[in-house]
Design a protein around this ligand. Structure first.
Ligand code: PLP
Length: 473
């Protein structure tokens, strides 16, 4: 009756962990040599769980059959979707956090203080009052759900927690066309429904047009809808565009509306210095802000943040302490606030440590320089595209996103992207723009060098020439 999962011999385990650590460091040191590649059938079938293989064999399998088959976002020429690269300090933090195995739902222990400090730092960074509240979550999608639940309750009152919203007037939400799908999904989840989202036209730089927002709110009021929340985007997923947050904040204040900002990646231009920091002017006036660390702060997946200006509002939306969670005056069961009172999760991992370690090791100055460098690289890619006879820009480069297309045969865009992925050369994704598919590059990569940008564009040109000679199937 003394069964345990601990290693039989700790010295053997120490050696094993050192060997795995070496393999992980080799993997990162050689990030340039391996991007995404398809997982071979033999490897997939080797994953099948049957019986127990012991720790040594399991570690060997992880190093040989899991580690090599990442999604490739550690590669310097990875520009697909918006995916961060991870960083060395956070890798160390992950190991430490795993050794501690803290449950960060609440109580009084070291991890909680680390998370509080990360949130305090973010509140200061984004110009929120020091009384603001926050909670680390899996990502911006999750943060958006929490933000909308809070905004909904701010509008309808605390009774909605029990009564629900079925007898309330229809709520109005507003966001620019091109807003991330996470916003639609969150509205579906909080019971408001994505039909309640009015999509407001954008200008040529991808920012919401104020007059159209004002008109939409007016029309809704006339139609008996209860306007609730305006969503501002700082860094739109398709184009890297920014909404006029200052004007939106002023409008929301006048109209008694909640301003939520989706700053998943773009919020971080705040620390990038001139001229990029100007893009997010007004973000400090938001009622809530959702953002990611795993994209443009280069922290390992997954980690996002919800910040809320009004601490009491935030808490009133989620706090509940049944008897088995009652706080104590002192001891492990003490401490306040508990993070379980600011979101959905009761059991929570020590996500904060990898963020804290990233900020501690590099500081906002260096992180900001890398963010600015990514914007410069996107701009450089835009210049290369404009100089190329085969390519044309899909929209102006505003921050870290560059969309472009084959001039002669835009039909080939998607095939070029797929082909380059399969060759493991350069990694782009696609999106649709002006009714067609374009090639899209998002820069949230601290490993990318100027040469990589040039090489990636040469890759596209070469692939395009090749494909235009072979008829499509
Ligand atoms: C990625 C992204 C999201 C969703 O964030 P997750 O961290 O993937 O949940 C929302 N909005 C924008 C603008 C994004 O780029």
């Amino acid at each position: 009756m003394n069964e345990t999962l601990d290693p039989e011999n700790w010295e053997d385990f120490r050696a094993l962990l050192h060997a795995v650590a070496d393999a992980c460091v080799d993997h990162l040191q050689n990030a340039r040599e391996h991007g995404w590649r398809p997982v071979p059938e033999s490897v997939r079938s080797a994953l099948r769980l049957e019986g127990a293989k012991g720790l040594d064999e399991t570690a060997r399998e992880m190093v040989n059959q899991v580690l090599p088959y990442g999604s490739g976002n550690t590669h310097p020429r990875f520009f697909g979707w918006v995916q961060g690269t991870g960083n060395a300090a956070a890798l160390v933090a992950e190991l430490v956090a795993a050794a501690m195995n803290s449950n960060c739902g609440g109580r009084d222990h070291g991890a909680v203080y680390v998370e509080r400090e990360v949130i305090r730092w973010c509140a200061e960074c984004f110009g929120f009052p020091s009384s603001a509240s926050g909670v680390l979550v899996s990502g911006t999608s999750q943060a958006t759900v929490l933000a909308f639940a809070t905004a909904r309750q701010a509008k309808l009152g605390d009774a909605t927690r029990k009564a629900g919203i079925s007898s309330s007037p229809r709520l109005g939400f507003y966001a620019a066309k091109g807003v991330h799908n996470a916003v639609h999904k969150a509205l579906e989840l909080v019971g408001v429904g994505s039909d309640s989202l009015r999509l407001i036209p954008v200008d040529e730089r991808g920012g919401l047009v104020m007059n159209d927002l004002i008109r939409a709110v007016e029309e809704d009021r006339k139609a008996g809808v209860l306007p609730c929340c305006v969503v501002g985007t700082a860094g739109s997923v398709d184009r890297g565009g920014f909404d006029p947050l200052e004007e939106m904040a002023a409008f929301c204040r006048e109209e008694g509306l909640w301003l939520h900002v989706d700053g998943a990646f773009g919020a971080w231009t705040r620390i990038a210095g001139a001229p990029w920091e100007r893009l997010v002017r007004g973000i400090e006036r938001a009622d809530s802000l959702a953002l990611d660390f795993h994209k443009w702060m280069f922290v390992q997946y997954d980690c996002g943040l919800l910040l809320v200006r009004d601490h009491a509002r935030h808490r009133a939306t989620f706090a509940a302490r049944p008897s088995y969670l009652e706080g104590q005056e002192a001891g492990l069961g003490g401490g306040d606030p508990w993070f379980c009172d600011y979101g959905v999760d009761l059991s929570r991992s020590f996500r904060a440590l990898k963020v804290w370690a990233t900020l501690r090791a590099y500081g906002p100055q260096q992180l900001g320089r890398v963010i600015a460098q990514n914007c410069e690289q996107a701009r450089f890619m835009g210049e290369l595209v404009e100089r190329s006879p085969a390519l044309a820009l899909g929209s102006p480069v505003i921050s870290n996103v560059c969309c472009f297309s084959a001039v002669n045969d835009p039909q080939l865009n998607a095939r070029v992207v797929q082909s380059l992925q399969l060759k493991g050369r350069s990694f782009f994704s696609t999106t649709s723009m002006n009714g067609g598919t374009v090639i899209r590059a998002a820069f949230t990569n601290h490993r990318t060098r100027t040469e990589d940008v040039a090489e990636a564009i040469s890759d596209v040109e070469r692939e395009l020439a090749l494909l235009s000679q072979t008829p499509s199937r």
